[in-house]
Design a protein around this ligand. Structure first.
Ligand SMILES: *[C@@H]1O[C@H](CO)[C@@H](O)[C@H](O)[C@H]1NC(C)=O
Ligand SMILES: *[C@@H]1O[C@H](CO)[C@@H](O)[C@H](O)[C@H]1NC(C)=O
Ligand SMILES: *[C@@H]1O[C@H](CO)[C@@H](O)[C@H](O)[C@H]1NC(C)=O
Length: 369
């Protein structure tokens, strides 16, 4: 059998005019392929950059939303825009918070950041982070022990909420355990009102600045099974790797809708395109979440942290934690608010429109104490 190469050689030898034709055709055709490739990759790139592009457009449309950093000269958009409706723009956050967001490197991160799938390769990189106050010490230490049972050597950081020396004394003596008293001096005084849960987004942002792969675990949550990290990494790699999944992942459901625990004032800051969706979508828990430091995570964190720093956003007038559920836990406002959790859910739901995009299926590996 003759090879294609030798067929071509004999063909060119016999007919040099056709050879020129074939050559020209090949050049044109590969040019065509290259241009198709270029157009499609542009398209995907645009999709991935839509957050950033939109921020830019919005600056031009609505100058009143701009905040300029005195330190860096950079200009940021401090009005949230509903990602599903660009004419639906929220109340502006105070420009005074630019400094804090820059210090936390939520706005002015050094690009390029890794993608979520690049951050699920090395199990050792996971850092467990939790918080405790004196009155949560019992739960917190049980939670810590439940993790140590399966991950004896992973880094574990506990942030203390004004924890007293007596309790600090009792903390684990473990080389991979680190205690940090949460320093509230750099934040508005209401950040120290723990029952408004402002500390959560803020500590999450602080610790994410240092560690790209944070696993947040509230004092009331225990780990019940081995191989949690391995199984989660597998889940991300096989089922959740496409761009339309959230990089921030929760592991537990709450059993009620977003609407049931949403003080409507929050929507003045973060307008939402669908009331029915707020009623049908289940709220996910913010007590157990994986936070990889990706661009997408920081785009959500910008608003999450701004809300925590704003006096009313994180604590709308009358907000309180005790719910009085109606005939069901979805369609009726239960006159309660879940603070950090209600806020994170509105941001994620607005962006992804479906809780499955930010909820892992591995919830049964954990329990609540
Ligand atoms: C988008 O938002 C604007 C302003 O809030 C509103 O008037 C309009 O009805 C919204 N469009 C859709 C399709 O929801
Ligand atoms: C710009 O944003 C401000 C603050 O949210 C709002 O009051 C104003 O209506 C917006 N202007 C335009 C043209 O969208
Ligand atoms: C992927 O999703 C399917 C369907 O929900 C599930 O059965 C499967 O266990 C998941 N795979 C992993 C590795 O989590």
């Amino acid at each position: 059998m003759r090879s294609i190469g030798s067929a071509f050689r004999s063909f060119t030898a016999k007919n040099s005019k056709s050879a020129v034709f074939v050559f020209v055709f090949a050049v044109l055709f590969s040019g065509f392929l290259i241009s198709i490739h270029y157009t499609t990759s542009q398209f995907y790139q645009n999709g991935r950059r839509s957050f950033a592009r939109h921020r830019y457009t919005n600056n031009i449309i609505n100058q009143t939303c701009n905040c300029k950093s005195e330190k860096t000269g950079k200009v940021y958009d401090f009005c949230y825009t509903d990602p599903k409706n660009y004419s639906s723009v929220g109340k502006k956050f105070d420009c005074v918070h630019v400094d804090t967001l820059e210090r936390l490197e939520v706005l002015n991160y050094r690009e390029p950041l890794p993608t979520a799938s690049e951050l699920i390769k090395n199990e050792e990189e996971i850092v467990f982070v939790s918080t405790s106050s004196d009155d949560h010490y019992q739960h917190s230490s049980k939670s810590y022990e439940s993790i140590r049972k399966y991950y004896p050597n992973h880094k574990y950081i506990l942030y203390g909420l004004h924890m007293s020396p007596d309790y600090i004394e009792r903390l684990p003596k473990d080389t991979n355990f680190e205690f940090r008293q949460f320093n509230t001096a750099q934040y508005p005084e209401y950040v120290s009102q723990w029952l408004q849960y402002r500390f959560k987004p803020i500590i999450m942002a602080e610790v994410s600045k240092e560690f790209p792969n944070v696993w947040w675990i509230d004092a009331h949550v225990e780990m019940k099974q081995p191989n949690v990290i391995k199984r989660f990494f597998e889940e991300v790699a096989t089922n959740r790797s496409s761009d339309d999944f959230s990089s921030i992942t929760s592991f537990q459901n709450t059993g009620h809708s977003n609407f049931a625990v949403l003080f409507p004032e929050l929507l003045e800051y973060f307008p939402s395109n669908s009331l029915p969706l707020l009623k049908t979508s289940e709220q996910v828990a913010a007590g157990l979440i994986h936070i990889p430091r990706t661009e997408q995570t920081l785009q959500i964190f910008k608003w999450y942290v701004l809300c925590a720093l704003d006096e009313e956003c994180m604590n709308p007038p009358g907000a309180q934690i005790y719910c009085k559920f109606g005939p069901n836990r979805y369609d009726y406002f239960a006159n309660c608010f879940r603070f950090d959790q209600s806020v994170l859910n509105v941001l994620l739901l607005n962006q992804f429109q479906d809780p499955h995009k930010y909820l892992s299926e591995l919830g049964e590996m954990f329990g609540r104490m």
